[in-house]
Write a protein that binds this ligand. Structure first.
Ligand SMILES: [Zn+2]
Length: 683
């Protein structure tokens, strides 16, 4: 048997041949892929011919085909249906792939050719996309250290390695402390307020730990535990909150404070080595934000009104707590009580019964008559299930996407259900990145974590799950509607602080009257969702924005504060809690009842990495989202004309031009922040 990744897939749309792939194929395919790309790069770097766009940039874009095929398939498998083999491989591959990336970008011969080409950029007669590819590639190489001298490159490699070790240690210590701090409950009376399902999960968590006659509340990453909204016992709520907030700051082997300080110091030193004053400057230079000052501008503008709104919400919660004389808590509202009282206010004020709503959200109906329907009205897309094609998991469904009565667009794979071998959350991955250069159409997959119903019962989605499906499908559209030449620019290959924008926009169609009416149909009676329920739903969705915005902003500002330190300043910080307190007080977000969504000692986004100096991205792209929603509302809403403009000027161009220029091209002007302020009640 030959390895299924060595040759291009012969399946429709080059879908990876999932039916043939075995666990034994991954590592040999990665080895072959790394070797192939190393040989290709060697040929590019040592080419005796004068550097041209074709023999440098296009050759780079064409390189690494085996690696691209196996990476896409493997990382989908490892996240959606992992096993011991993929777990071990992920650990083994992470440093090797990082080293491979460094080997490309720190190769002095490659850099000389790229730099020479860049110097002649005005004489090369390049298309706009080619010119942008040249600029972006040079910028990426420079940001990665390509232009440094040999000694500095060596120091950089050293720092990269130390940082990769420290961030991995942070991740492991946090995971261990999170597990150690799970809250064990012996008296079932303390668990009053939980549903049967929640109790069952807590009992199961105890069994998994080998505990008899006990229940376990396992901690989740954010400060606020989801069960705090339903636990009636204030003492248990306080225990859960205290455990959550003490992660990484209890002393002992899982304490992360020393790691936080060391990571901040090394990142500051690396930034200076790369020619930037601090880590945040280095990170944002490679994003649409451009500078930490621009980030500070936006966050600073939102902080005071968000804190004010949270304070107003607290007044409401206290009033209700005081009026329920004799109730647990006696009128006091601590951080641990917030969610519980907020739930009461929500129920009282909006009378929303989310359980009733699920009867109107049957999954297949939401998918076909909601998500697909909106895409067909906007972009003229048609969807047909291809039961003959095998997805990455037996439960994954494959849909062929066409337009204009059958012209091929790509494949959409949906893997809806949760399983033990799937990581939490929801996400989109490309399985094949669209590229005209390589003649590849797009294949994308959405993964969600919806509970599987009992056999014979329909899958009914919660309101959050419907939102998530529309959101993830927005990412899928970004991949499916890509129309670029170079694979580096395809679909969601855009800046981190831009990538959430198209998916956030797609959420708007979920409650759009013509769409909602079309899919929200009772799964037994066939009746449409009553108008009154829809109105309550819309009204209740904006309740609690003061709290949500404040806890998010607190973390985003902390993430910036740690990464705006110069090396000298970073060396002088020796107390994590004091630094945090000072940073939050400086922006008025040191609210006792509203702790940051993540505190430094368990802020995995920033200290395990991935969103370091980038946690601001979510609200940054929401500015564009809210502004684009306003445009749709003013320009015909759900129509082909509006959809086609968004597709041609924004979704289709992917990363092939400056995203803010693409936005201007779509919107006719820069985004305004006012629609976001209004949406979040901050105006
Ligand atoms: Zn997203």
């Amino acid at each position: 048997m030959t390895n299924p990744f060595l040759e291009p897939s012969s399946l429709p749309y080059a879908l990876p041949p999932f039916a043939e792939i075995t666990d034994g194929d991954w590592l040999p395919a990665f080895e072959a892929g790394l070797q192939q790309q190393r040989a290709e790069l060697e040929a590019i770097a040592t080419d005796p011919a004068e550097p041209t766009f074709a023999n440098v940039l296009e050759a780079l874009e064409r390189s690494g085909r085996i690696l691209a095929r196996v990476e896409h398939a493997f990382f989908d498998k490892a996240s959606s249906d992992s096993n011991d083999v993929t777990d071990a491989l992920e650990l083994e591959l992470a440093p090797r792939l990082a080293e491979h990336a460094d080997a490309i970008r720190l190769d002095p011969r490659l850099w000389r050719r790229l730099d020479a080409l860049h110097a002649r950029r005005d004489q090369l007669d390049l298309t706009a996309e080619q010119r942008y590819l040249l600029e972006r590639t040079v910028a990426d190489f420079v940001r990665a250290g390509a232009a440094l001298g040999d000694d500095d490159k060596e120091a950089l490699r050293q720092l990269n390695q130390e940082l990769s070790t420290l961030t991995t240690r942070f991740e492991k210590a946090l995971l261990a402390d999170t597990n150690d701090l799970a809250v064990v409950v012996r008296d079932p009376a303390e668990l009053r307020g939980l549903t049967e399902g929640q109790l069952g999960a807590a009992a199961e968590a105890a069994r998994e730990r080998g505990l008899e006659d006990a229940w376990v509340v396992s901690l989740v990453l954010p400060t606020g535990h989801p069960l705090l909204a339903s636990l009636d016992d204030p003492a248990l709520r306080e225990r859960v909150m205290a455990a959550s907030r003490s992660r990484g700051r209890r002393g002992g082997e899982h304490d992360t404070r020393a790691l936080v300080l060391e990571i901040a110091r090394l990142r500051a030193r690396r930034a200076v080595l790369l020619g930037f004053p601090d880590h945040a400057s280095w990170v944002t230079a490679g994003e649409t934000a451009g500078s930490p000052a621009a980030v500070a501008d936006l966050l600073g503008r939102l902080a005071a009104p968000a804190a004010r709104n949270a304070a107003a919400e607290l007044v409401d919660l206290r009033r209700l707590a005081a009026s329920e004389a004799g109730s647990d808590g006696g009128g006091e509202v601590r951080a641990s009580d917030w969610a519980w009282w907020a739930e009461k206010v929500r129920a009282e004020r909006f009378d929303v019964d989310t359980a009733v709503m699920r009867d109107y959200f049957e999954a297949d109906r939401v998918l076909h008559d909601g998500v697909f329907h909106a895409a067909s009205r906007l972009y003229g897309l048609e969807f047909a299930e291809r039961r003959d094609l095998v997805g990455p998991h037996p439960e994954a469904r494959v849909f062929e996407v066409t337009e204009n009565g059958g012209a091929p667009v790509g494949l959409y794979v949906l893997d809806l259900y949760t399983r033990d071998s799937k990581r939490g959350g929801a996400w989109m991955n490309p399985l094949v990145s669209q590229s005209d250069l390589l003649g590849l159409p797009p294949v994308v997959v959405n993964n969600l974590n919806v509970s599987k119903p009992a056999a014979g019962s329909p899958t009914l989605l919660t309101l959050d799950e419907v939102t998530t499906l529309f959101h993830e499908f927005g990412h899928a559209l970004h991949g499916l509607l890509a129309r670029v030449t170079y694979p580096s620019f395809s679909g969601t290959n855009v800046f981190r602080d831009f990538v959430e924008f198209p998916s956030q926009v797609n959420e708007m169609w979920m409650l759009w009257p013509e769409v909602l009416e079309n899919y929200a149909v009772h799964h037994v009676t066939g009746e449409r969702m009553p108008r009154e329920l829809v109105e309550k739903l819309v009204a209740s969705r904006t309740y609690g924005e003061g709290f949500a915005t404040s806890e998010y902003l607190a973390s985003a500002l902390l993430d910036q504060a740690w990464h705006r330190l110069s090396p000298d300043q970073a060396d002088r910080v020796d107390d994590v809690e004091a630094f945090e307190q000072e940073a939050l007080a400086a922006v008025g977000l040191d609210l006792a009842q509203v702790p940051p969504r993540y505190s430094s000692t368990y802020f995995a986004h920033t200290f395990a990495g991935g969103y370091d100096a980038g946690y601001y991205s979510y609200i940054w792209s929401e500015v564009l989202d809210a502004d684009a929603v306003e445009w749709f509302e003013e320009n015909g809403g759900l129509s082909r004309e509006a959809g086609d403009r968004f597709r041609a000027r924004l979704l289709g161009v992917g990363g092939s031009k400056d995203p803010l220029e693409a936005y201007r091209d779509f919107r006719g002007r820069d985004a305004r922040v006012e629609p976001l302020l209004e949406r979040r009640g901050l105006a």
